[in-house]
Design a protein around this ligand. Structure first.
Ligand SMILES: Nc1ncnc2c1ncn2[C@@H]1O[C@H](COP(=O)(O)OP(=O)(O)OP(=O)(O)O)[C@@H](O)[C@H]1O
Ligand SMILES: [Mg+2]
Length: 362
């Protein structure tokens, strides 16, 4: 399995800088997930890595070798495209085996690899159909199968599960994780799905406007986001962000809550303009409790086991979302008193950078 490294990689389309100074190393057997808003350069990064687009500056190293200008076929990578890119005139079976035939794979080996992919991806009944006779989800499975049979040094997967229904998506997600574990396969995977990113990734790379905002394990990205953008990008519903001058930082004026005092006493709290707290880190409490914040409930999303309560707080009616147990009675229009979990609060300065506080984990 391959290592992959980008060194000061940049990519321009005409005057538009699509990737800027990307420095990233993917270890052998690692599963790295790329996330970021639409148009931030995720597909472009995979295409430059695969050799389908030339880099404008910088290097792509595969197994330590400079492959920046190598042909796609010499890179030992298999890409699953966002658009599947199946051969329309070939059957599923022919699509799966075409690459192996081109490379002169021995027939017995070819059959074994084919059988395995067909089993993993439940393609048995589709083998004699052409792509035009398949649903989007079925095409996606064939595209993944075509990568698996190549037994590449690394898999590049561009939203490989996005067209699947919920059940198959979960099934294939677990299959990809298993495949990754069994083959110790190096994988670079793009997804828009929060749960996919959190559950699949060894490390997550957050991109914005062609730049890397943060690289870290899912826990690091979730618990120690570098800035407001990362904090609000990962997590669903996103982290609440409140302006300190509208909704005072809890504990800042309080004298009796010790944990609150710990946050309030921080030097960093002085330069904080905003504080952030995820929807799961609030308690519904009695109005008499210190630091409780009244929220008017405007909208309730009932998710089964949990509710998402959307409302506003403070004189400026800042939006807030809290997750509560579905058993807790909630009604639109009601005023709920919420107590923030002080130890989970994140502080941000005027530039949006996250500030260290006594309660942040290292
Ligand atoms: N061949 C091309 N020519 C010109 N501009 C392009 C080309 N391919 C992509 N772009 C532009 O580069 C930027 C990054 O595109 P890219 O496809 O990498 O985004 P993405 O992060 O994969 O987005 P999405 O999540 O929507 O798939 C976009 O602004 C896009 O319009
Ligand atoms: Mg894309």
């Amino acid at each position: 399995m391959s290592t992959i490294e980008f060194k000061s990689l940049s990519k321009q389309f005409g005057a538009q800088a699509v990737l800027q100074d990307i420095n990233l190393r993917v270890e052998e057997g690692e599963l790295v997930v790329l996330v970021g808003p639409s148009g931030c350069g995720k597909t472009s990064l995979l295409r430059v890595l695969a050799g389908l687009e030339p880099a404008s500056a910088g290097q792509v190293l595969i197994n330590g070798r400079d492959m920046t200008d190598a042909l796609p076929s010499d890179r030992g990578l298999a890409m699953v495209f966002q658009s599947y890119a199946l051969y329309p005139h070939m059957t599923v079976q022919q699509n799966l085996s075409f690459g192996m035939r081109m490379r002169g794979t021995a027939p017995s080996d070819l059959q074994a690899r084919l059988n395995r992919a067909v089993e993993v991806l439940q393609l048995k009944d589709l083998l004699h159909r052409r792509p035009g006779e398949l649903s989007g989800g079925q095409c996606q499975r064939v595209a993944i199968g075509r990568a698996i049979v190549q037994e590449p040094g690394a898999f590049l997967l561009d939203e490989p599960l996005s067209n699947l229904d919920a059940e198959l998506r979960l099934h294939l997600r677990l299959e990809l994780i298993r495949l990754h574990r069994e083959l110790r396969a190096t994988m670079v995977c793009v997804t828009h799905d929060q749960v996919e990113a959190m559950t699949m990734a060894d490390r997550i790379v957050v991109l914005r406007d062609g730049r890397v905002e943060q690289v870290g394990t899912p826990q690091q990205i979730y618990q120690q986001p570098r800035n407001r953008f990362v904090a609000q990008f990962l997590g669903s519903p996103p982290m609440n962000l409140l302006a300190c001058n509208e909704v005072p930082l809890p504990g800042h004026q309080s004298r009796n809550a010790t944990a609150a005092g710990a946050v309030g006493a921080q030097a960093s709290a002085v330069s904080a303009t905003h504080w952030g707290l995820r929807p799961e880190h609030w308690r519904v409490v009695d109005s008499s409790l210190p630091d409780s914040i009244p929220m008017q409930v405007l909208h309730i999303e009932r998710l089964g086991g949990q509710n998402c309560l959307h409302g506003t707080v403070g004189p400026g009616q800042q939006p807030l979302c809290v997750q509560t147990d579905a058993l807790l009675p909630a009604e639109r229009g009601q005023i709920l008193h919420l107590q923030p979990q002080i130890e989970q609060i994140h502080l941000f300065d005027a530039q949006g950078q996250r500030l260290q506080s006594a309660t942040s984990k290292p």
